[in-house]
Design a protein around this ligand. Structure first.
Ligand SMILES: [Fe+2]
Ligand SMILES: [Fe+2]
Length: 265
């Protein structure tokens, strides 16, 4: 049982990377499930129904979100009807959408996915640690395979979440910082973990956005509108192999590709 999880897809470059690489990655990793973080898929801000549809058609089974969930207003038109897209679970009660779901693939396998968001240097949502406990309690009764996307800024908060969920979730991956960390590992009780999967978007911008605008902002501190960089892409993902007996991680591998360096490892 293998999962391929694609880190924050940013704008047209990120979507081009997914479109270009998915068939090759399906052959190489043979994933039972493909999940992607889509919080920046529409021009760096949010996601639209059309983009979600395209990702599903390309073979993505589930989409997670983050602090940019609401940036594109189109989300309000479909989030409550789309079972395969989740947003952070620790938004206040009554927020549209949901924070976890169960995906089913063509061969009938099931994977529970959970999205939560950190509170360090991010909006003060409900406690992610208590929130995820309540969700896992429900899921654990029925589901062997549980995948958690912890969308957070601070490496410390993400590492703490990894320890918090060790032995209870099959995998905990971090998203949001857009920079892949090299600390993938299997924690002592079997949970696969990486602090940040990294982003899938333009390589030569700043976190997927056009670099001139970001530089301008840093240099002048004046308001500047950022737009997604549409240049050559980089692709970041993680491939996780789960043990069918225990549901825990057997192997976790980082995946990184560049448009400018063709498709070799
Ligand atoms: Fe992001
Ligand atoms: Fe984010």
């Amino acid at each position: 049982m293998r999962i391929l999880f694609i880190g924050d897809i940013v704008g047209g470059s990120g979507r081009r990377a997914v479109k270009t690489l998915l068939s090759e990655l399906k052959k190489k990793y043979d994933p039972a499930f493909i999940i992607a973080n889509g919080e920046n898929a529409a021009g760096g801000r949010g996601i639209t129904q059309q983009i979600a549809k395209e990702l599903f058609e390309q073979g993505v089974h589930g989409i997670t979100m983050g602090n940019h969930t609401w940036d594109n207003k189109d989300i309000f038109n479909f989030i409550d009807d789309e079972e395969r897209l989740i947003r952070p679970a620790n938004y206040p009660a009554g927020t549209p959408g949901k924070g976890f779901t169960v995906l089913r693939n063509a061969s009938g396998k099931e994977l529970a996915i959970v999205n939560i968001m950190g509170r360090t240097f991010l909006p003060p949502l409900d406690c992610p640690f208590q929130g995820v406990d309540g969700i896992l309690e429900k899921l654990k009764k029925k589901h062997k395979y549980i995948f958690v996307d912890f969308h957070a800024e601070a490496t410390s908060e993400k590492i703490a979440m990894g320890w918090h969920l060790d032995g209870r979730a099959s995998v905990v991956v971090g998203t949001h910082t857009h920079v892949q960390t090299h600390d993938e590992r299997i924690l002592p009780r079997g949970t696969g973990y990486v602090t940040d999967v990294g982003m899938t978007g333009a390589r030569d911008g700043v976190l997927g956005m056009e670099r001139e605008a970001v530089l301008q902002k840093f240099k002048t501190q004046l308001p500047v509108r950022f737009t997604a960089d549409e240049g050559p892409w980089q692709f970041h993902a993680v491939a996780v192999t789960l043990d069918p007996e225990t549901g825990m991680t057997r192997k976790i591998e980082l995946v990184r590709r560049f448009e400018t360096e063709a498709l070799f490892d």
